[in-house]
Ligand binder design. Structure first.
Ligand code: NAP
Ligand code: ZN
Ligand code: ZN
Length: 347
């Protein structure tokens, strides 16, 4: 029997999110039903709910930083049992056959992975995300939350955590590497924690000095305000890796100038307008400009285990569902320390 889950729904790009319901199917043979406990507010939820990106189909229930407890399992489920602490991230299915799926990089599925929200599921119905009390997901797209991390601190790891862990690992952040994180928000603060735990020298490039104390506490060794032109003089040619988490337009050339020879700037922030950069900014020091999207299921589990082993989750402010619209305003004003997480008991 399908069940109705309470939810918060975006009905148009301009209306506030409001209470509603979403129908969840009976778990199939290989699916689990998860009682959602906490859901993080990712800036991508806001881009989607506010129609910043093309292709949003309203009404939409966003949320892809989901932490909860398994409450029912299909007959052929082997990996999870009722009561297990689990998470769901940005996608809930993929083709499972293409080279990228077989390599455990389902986020790059050649047939297109099925997003947790604003997508169409295998059942032909629109997918609906974590701003709700429950969700049904195939066990292969569910990860286990280790005991060492609370569910509220774990929720943001499902997107912010993996989106930073994946490029940090891919581009070899570790001892002897100088890493800069642009933007100290949800993604950025996880970048600081993870890069520091990997042993890299981490520097935060933030619009102001307001978050300096926090950044140093989380493991950064350097912290500079990008509003100060001297920052770009002092740090010129310095970094091996720069990760841009900014949700708005930035001057890419200015940040490329901070890379040493063979350094790479990785884009993870997703502004709605195209970015531009001069060829010389790359050619002048054999630099690379790259991008990275979340991480696969296997790497997401590895990241959760890594965070638990190092004894950290995200820095969160837990809010009731009635504060979602206020939280959106604060995220857009860069006024979040460092992830809002919705208590699903309040939907
Ligand atoms: P967030 O919490 O709002 O953090 C973004 C940070 O960017 C802010 O805290 C702020 O940091 C900085 N910033 C904001 N506006 C700025 C501006 N106009 N100029 C310069 N800096 C600015 O957002 P988030 O949840 O971390 O997400 C960040 C971006 O990543 C979003 O675009 C999101 O859609 C995208 N994203 C991509 C992936 C992926 O797979 N690639 C996954 C998740 C999210 P300071 O206050 O320190 O300056
Ligand atoms: Zn996200
Ligand atoms: Zn695939």
């Amino acid at each position: 029997m399908p069940t109705l889950a309470k939810a918060y729904v975006a009905t148009s790009a301009t209306s506030p999110l409001q209470p509603g319901v979403v129908e969840r199917r009976e778990p199939g043979e290989s699916e689990v039903r998860i009682a959602i406990k906490f859901t993080g507010i990712c800036h991508s939820d806001i881009h989607t709910a506010r129609g910043d990106w093309a292709g949003v189909k309203y009404p939409v229930v966003v949320g892809h930083e989901i932490a909860g407890v398994v409450e029912a399992v299909g007959a052929k489920v082997t990996r999870y049992a009722v009561g297990d602490r689990v998470g769901v991230g940005c996608f809930v299915d993929s083709c499972r056959e293409c080279a990228n799926c077989l390599a455990g990089e389902e986020q790059y599925c050649l047939a297109g992975s099925i997003s947790t929200y604003n997508s169409v599921g295998r059942d032909g119905l629109p997918t609906a995300g974590g701003y709700s009390t429950g969700i049904v997901v195939d066990e292969n797209y569910v990860v286990r939350i280790p005991d060492g991390v609370s569910l509220e601190a774990a929720a943001p790891l499902l997107c912010a955590g993996i989106t930073m862990y994946s490029p940090l690992r891919n581009w070899g952040a570790g001892p002897g590497k100088r890493v800069a994180i642009i933007g100290m928000g949800g993604l950025g603060h996880m970048g600081v924690k993870i890069a520091a735990a990997l042993g890299a020298e981490v520097t935060v490039l933030s619009q102001s000095l307001k978050k300096q104390e926090d950044a140093l506490r989380l493991g950064a060794e350097g912290y500079y305000a990008t509003s100060d032109p001297a920052t770009f003089e002092v740090l010129r040619d310095y970094f091996d890796l720069v990760i841009n988490t900014v949700s708005a337009d930035i001057d890419v050339d200015q940040y490329l100038s901070l890379l040493a020879v063979d350094g790479t700037m990785v884009l993870v922030g997703l502004p709605s307008k195209p970015l531009t950069q001069r060829a010389w900014s790359l050619i002048g020091s054999r630099r690379s400009l790259a991008g990275s999207k979340m991480g696969g299921i296997r790497q997401t589990q590895e990241m959760l285990n890594f965070c638990a082993a190092h004894g950290f989750g995200a820095e969160v402010e837990v809010i009731p569902a009635s504060k979602i619209n206020d939280a959106y305003e604060r995220v857009m004003a860069s006024d979040v320390r460092y992830r809002f997480v919705i208590d699903a008991a309040t939907f």
